[in-house]
Design a protein around this ligand. Structure first.
Ligand code: R5P
Length: 291
């Protein structure tokens, strides 16, 4: 296998190549045309090779780059193209909430799979999005990566900030053999949330090291409110984890101010990137490889 790292996922792509017994790894040449359009060129001899393109799609520029890279490796004669989108942008608009809206996740899936034989992503907003692919598509989980990290860190109680994250925290708790519970969350708008503790508290947190487990940290509002609540019930220490660390605006600083540590996986580059999903993605690649 050859691994190509897009600009949004260069470090993770290199880690994946190492997991694939040091598969050849390349960073494509890129430049902008005077009108702002992107030019990409992939190097190496890709003819007849299985090629993995790794590119998170946090911005629209990332999406264009991914589509061009896919076309480039096809054009270079790759025998099989694996498209790895560690952070799958537009996944949150996974249905039409109001008349006139697109199902953005579906629109993106259709385009991503055009030049792909296999698509791999990590912790989608909703796993049902996989159904929009007509080619084989798989979702790796960020939970094992975070669990590997938490084995080395203090963690007494795991907490999901909302009921939607129950399966995630339950799985993590199983891996680490720790108690867990979920908070009640009401989203007021995209920047504000209200959280409440379940009554009675199912697990004592006083003096304990609690870990808030989320899939995405975006504005940081959820984690900041969760930390405030857990301080009120005298948690001994608070850390926050997520698979996808977007950390918009000053989210990272605001979270750091109310927690002891913040951990995310490397699906997106950020200052909390401490756990790698490379082994979990490589495992799927090896399983799906025809060689
Ligand atoms: C919500 O469904 C997600 O699991 C996260 O809790 C949410 O995306 C976090 O967003 P923010 O950091 O803006 O509160």
């Amino acid at each position: 296998m050859h691994v190509i790292g897009g600009t949004a996922s260069t470090a993770l792509a290199e880690r994946i190549s190492r997991e694939l017994s040091n598969a050849p790894f390349a960073i494509p040449f890129m430049k902008r045309f005077p009108d702002g359009e992107l030019y990409v060129r992939v190097g190496g001899r890709l003819e007849g090779e299985e090629v993995v393109v790794v590119q998170s799609t946090r911005t629209d520029e990332d999406i264009v780059e991914l589509l061009l890279l896919e076309d480039a490796v096809r054009e270079a004669g790759a025998s099989r193209v694996y498209v790895v989108v560690p952070y799958f942008g537009y996944a949150r608009q996974d249905r039409r909430f109001f008349p006139g809206e697109p199902v953005s996740a579906r629109a993106f899936c259709r385009h991503v799979e055009l030049d792909a034989d296999v698509v791999i992503t990590v912790d989608l907003h909703s796993s049902q999005t996989l159904a929009h692919f007509s080619k084989p598509a798989f979702e790796a989980s960020g939970i094992p990566a975070i669990a590997r990290l938490l084995r080395e860190r203090p963690a007494d109680v795991l907490i999901s900030p909302d009921r939607g994250g129950i399966e995630r925290v339950r799985r993590m708790a199983q891996l680490l053999d720790k108690p867990w519970f979920a908070l009640e969350k009401k989203r007021i708008d995209s920047d504000r949330v209200e959280l409440a503790l379940p009554q009675p508290l199912p697990v004592a947190v006083e003096g304990k090291q609690v870990v808030v487990v989320d899939d995405v940290i975006s504005t940081g509002g959820t984690i900041v409110e969760a930390a405030k609540l857990l301080k009120k019930v005298r948690a001994g220490g608070i850390s926050a984890t997520c698979t996808h660390g977007l950390f918009l605006r000053d989210a990272f600083e605001r979270i750091k101010a109310v927690t002891d540590e913040v951990y995310s996986t490397d699906t997106l580059g950020n200052p909390a990137e401490k756990a790698s999903v490379a082994p979990d993605i490589a495992q799927i690649l090896l399983r799906e490889s025809t060689h």
